[in-house]
Design a protein around this ligand. Structure first.
Ligand code: BTN
Length: 246
């Protein structure tokens, strides 16, 4: 992977979705652009879900990486951003409480605090990050338990500080791992996430089974041994529940 430094920072007041904005303006934007928006009116999550947040209480950010020729690299890169988030949160929440959940969620005591939506479009990867900073009333239903930095740390951090800390954390992992291949990133994430042998229930497109996590492959797919018959299954897409908890 090339060493990329995100230093072209764009700050918007309001946008439908920072990912959509970066995707549609990618040709005009240099690599290493990060777009932050105070407010996001139509934020999107994985699996066509909506992503909720509030002005002054959430971080909405999208990072642009150019000259990527394999759409699987969008997935591989997303793991690097998850690792950066662990460093980012550790300033506010103790490191042992921060858990990474496949593929890209960050959880604190089984509650989601951040999510990543990585997209591939026209030889670009757009990595969108949503972070729950302070407690807010969401405009719609958030299906699973969630939390905020404020709840978990007892402080309401400064939004500007958070933005630069996030950018720094991302630049830090790019510096650290830029001599690695993109195909190494899922395995680096797997070590950080520490989920080998965890029992998970996998739900991908209506098919559900329970099994034990064996490894992650170079494409970021989770390899799970089905408990009912010992069959090894590769999960490319979907949601998992770890130990019946989240
Ligand atoms: C998920 O957990 O499902 C991923 C959520 C990603 C949300 C972020 S907020 C900034 C960027 N713009 C979007 O529309 N989505 C991502």
């Amino acid at each position: 992977m090339r060493c990329i430094c995100f230093r072209n920072i764009i700050e918007l007041d309001e946008i439908d979705s920072t990912n959509k904005y970066v995707k549609t303006s990618a040709e005009k934007l240099p690599e290493g652009t990060v777009v932050f928006s105070d407010e996001q009116t139509a934020g999107r999550g994985r699996m066509d879900r909506l992503w909720y947040g509030k002005k002054g209480k959430s971080i909405f950010a999208s990072f642009l990486i150019k000259n990527i020729y394999d759409n699987l690299d969008a997935v591989r890169l997303s793991f690097l951003f998850s690792i950066a988030l662990k460093t980012f949160f550790s300033k506010y929440i103790s490191y042992e409480r921060i858990r990474l959940k496949w593929p890209n969620d960050v959880l604190i005591d089984n509650k989601k605090i951040s999510g990543i939506l990585s997209e591939y479009s026209k030889e670009c990867v757009i990595v969108g990050i949503g972070i729950n900073v302070s407690d807010f009333e969401p405009d719609g239903d958030i299906e699973k338990p969630w939390t905020t930095i404020q709840t978990e740390s007892g402080t309401e951090p400064d939004m500007n500080a958070l933005r630069s800390e996030l950018t720094e954390a991302v630049n830090g992992v790019f510096m650290r791992y830029c001599t690695n291949q993109l195909t190494d990133f899922p395995k680096i994430w797997f070590r950080e996430a520490d989920i080998r042998d965890n029992t998970v229930t996998v739900d991908s497109g209506g098919n559900s089974f329970t099994g034990r996590v064996k490894m992650i492959d170079d494409n970021g797919a989770l390899v799970v041994e089905d408990s009912s018959n010992g069959e090894i299954k590769t999960v490319y897409y979907g949601d998992i529940t770890i130990n019946d908890q989240f």
